[in-house]
Ligand binder design. Structure first.
Ligand code: NCD
Length: 299
């Protein structure tokens, strides 16, 4: 099966992926038994990536798979070959495709073209489902639950695909979500309403984070590359920042997450604090993505 949007997964699917990731993290690496050994992953990244691409490749190697890394800059796309032909050809070389592309809908298109499972690793400002699985995994690991967790999503909620996918995942598991963004960078209303209606929840909106009531502060950078006018981005950069001082007001045990890369939204000195869990979050990537590879190749 394909994993293009977080909507492709039901609660029981997410629970089984998270359970499997936990077992893998504890050393239960029986991927041969689910048939991953000898299979090939193709990573196709039309946008920069550090964590998503490398953690998928790492997951593949840990599961006994091989991988092919497609480099758009050195490919026949440069000679004018189409996206469609590229996907058709690579589908004959690999068993599963992990794709990132700047255009919304591109992963769905790839999934329609390919006869192999396609995993969306980020399509424009739309969706990034595997990041959400990592986010839910690390929240559960640190806070022991997702239901009734007070989660504040703060930053560029308009352009961050991580935030859109995560909003859905959190609502599905009954977390209480507060959205904090500058007025020009608010979460798309139609999307938020769709999620509210589906899971019968209500999101709060605030202009300032209430750290005294927050269990998980999830931040993201201003996604400068997605602004129509780069000048608009520079105006908002630095609007929402967290430093050591701000954390004095935080609820006991609050954790800070960020899908990374972080720019200046989190002061460097915060990295050393107990609250900072974003590097641990990044390090959960391979186990969760190994569970995802098992899931899409089995289903
Ligand atoms: C994110 C992305 O690409 O959407 N990165 C990631 O996958 N960890 C977040 C971002 O770029 O801000």
């Amino acid at each position: 099966m394909d994993l293009v949007s977080i909507r492709d997964l039901e609660k029981k699917d997410i629970e089984s992926i998270l359970d499997r990731a936990e077992k893998i993290s504890k050393g239960d690496n029986k991927s041969e038994k689910v048939g991953l050994k000898g299979k090939i992953l193709a990573t196709l990244f039309f946008e920069p990536s550090t964590r998503t691409k490398l953690s998928f490749q790492s997951a593949a190697l840990r599961a006994g798979m091989g991988y092919l890394d497609f480099d758009p800059e050195m490919s026949s796309l440069k000679k004018g070959e189409t996206f469609t032909d590229t996907i058709k050809v690579i589908s004959g070389y690999a068993d599963v495709l992990a794709i990132r592309h700047p255009k919304e809908g591109s992963a769905r298109l790839a999934a329609d073209i390919s006869d192999k499972p396609v995993i969306n690793c980020g399509d424009g400002a739309n969706q990034h489902p595997t990041q959400t699985l990592i986010d839910l995994f690390v929240m559960k690991k640190n806070k022991g639950r997702l239901a009734n967790l007070n989660v504040t999503l703060m930053g560029d909620l308009k352009h961050a695909r991580t935030m859109r996918s995560l909003l859905y995942g959190l609502a599905m598991f009954g977390a209480k979500v507060t959205l904090v963004a500058p007025s020009s960078l608010e979460m798309d209303k139609d999307y938020a309403q769709e999620v509210e209606a589906k899971f019968k929840v209500k999101f709060e909106e605030q202009k300032e984070p209430n750290l005294a009531k927050t269990d998980v502060l999830y931040m993201c950078r201003i996604q400068q590359e997605r602004f129509a006018d780069p000048y608009e981005a520079t105006k908002t950069v630095g609007k929402y920042k967290i430093g050591k001082e701000d954390l004095k007001k935080a609820k006991e045990g609050m954790i800070i997450l960020n899908p990374l890369p972080k720019l200046n939204e989190i002061d460097k000195e915060v990295d050393e604090l107990e609250e900072a869990k974003y590097f641990e979050q990044a390090h959960c990537g391979p186990v969760v993505r190994q569970a995802v590879l098992e899931y899409v190749l089995r289903a």
